[in-house]
Write a protein that binds this ligand. Sequence first.
Ligand SMILES: NC(=O)c1ccc[n+]([C@@H]2O[C@H](COP(=O)([O-])OP(=O)(O)OC[C@H]3O[C@@H](n4cnc5c(N)ncnc54)[C@H](O)[C@@H]3O)[C@@H](O)[C@H]2O)c1
Length: 276
Amino acid sequence: MKNLKDKVAVITGAGSGIGRALAQAFAAEGCHIALVDINEAGLRETQQQLAGQGVRTSIHVGSVADRERMAALPAEVEQTHGAIHLVFNNAGVTVNKSFEDHTMGDFDFVLGINLYGVLYGCHYFLPYLKKQGEGHIINTSSMAGFLGFPNQSAYSLTKAAVKAFSETLRVELAYYNIGVTSIHPGAIRTNILNAALAKSGDDEDTRKMAALVDRFGRSPEHLARKVLKAVKANRMRVLVGPDAYLFEFFKRLFPVWIHVPFRIAFAKAMQQKQLD
Ligand SMILES: NC(=O)c1ccc[n+]([C@@H]2O[C@H](COP(=O)([O-])OP(=O)(O)OC[C@H]3O[C@@H](n4cnc5c(N)ncnc54)[C@H](O)[C@@H]3O)[C@@H](O)[C@H]2O)c1
């Protein structure tokens, strides 16, 4: 979609991090923005940051995992903005612990938001995009969509699923002039790991990872600039950060061997835990 002026974009997870940066980048291009999140205070902060851009913004509080809420959302957005052209299914969460330590409740939590949230966003908004004769769906996957990471079983499951799902949609929806792009960020400096602390068994490990991401991760604004270009050029996928490029490349080069260092590191960490 080359001309974004006066288009309407719906962004989930817009109360923080990547969603907020996407809102800023697309508002700067003249898009009107419907901000969706479970965190109302975060949404208000994002909305304040968009003030003065000369675009219309609206706030929609709700969980992307709530099917009824997602079914009602497109009509609500259309009533406020008159049309819907872009949908960013971006809200996401993770828990950081081994598969053995994941409860089925952890899986319900992560799949509900990262997988069903994306599915509902695509399903319920599709008729509204079709109505416009052009549209774009942007689904946030991860570098974990390319390979499964240890301590991220639920997360990796959802992100690989979002990648495959987006590939199917891209082929099918081209017929309706609707582009589909999946985003595959490496480490991005946001709140996601701090938010995961409450549900992750090994807090120290999660805190260490969060500190590493804060130090070496890319900014959400850098990601948003890349996504903006990708939407304008209708690219199938966007990789963000050197880690995303490296893991994607080495996974293709060494599809089996790439997992060996992870296996060794995970076994070491398990042994250390047993000693503690
Ligand atoms: N930060 C990274 O390193 C990184 C890397 C790869 C992929 N991602 C993906 O980027 C997306 C955005 O995450 P982020 O890094 O900006 O994290 P973040 O925690 O800063 O933002 C996530 C937002 O989603 C919202 N949210 C959580 N549950 C929700 C629900 N049920 N319904 C609606 N909103 C909900 C949160 O309130 C928050 O505002 C996620 O899909 C995440 O998996 C992040």
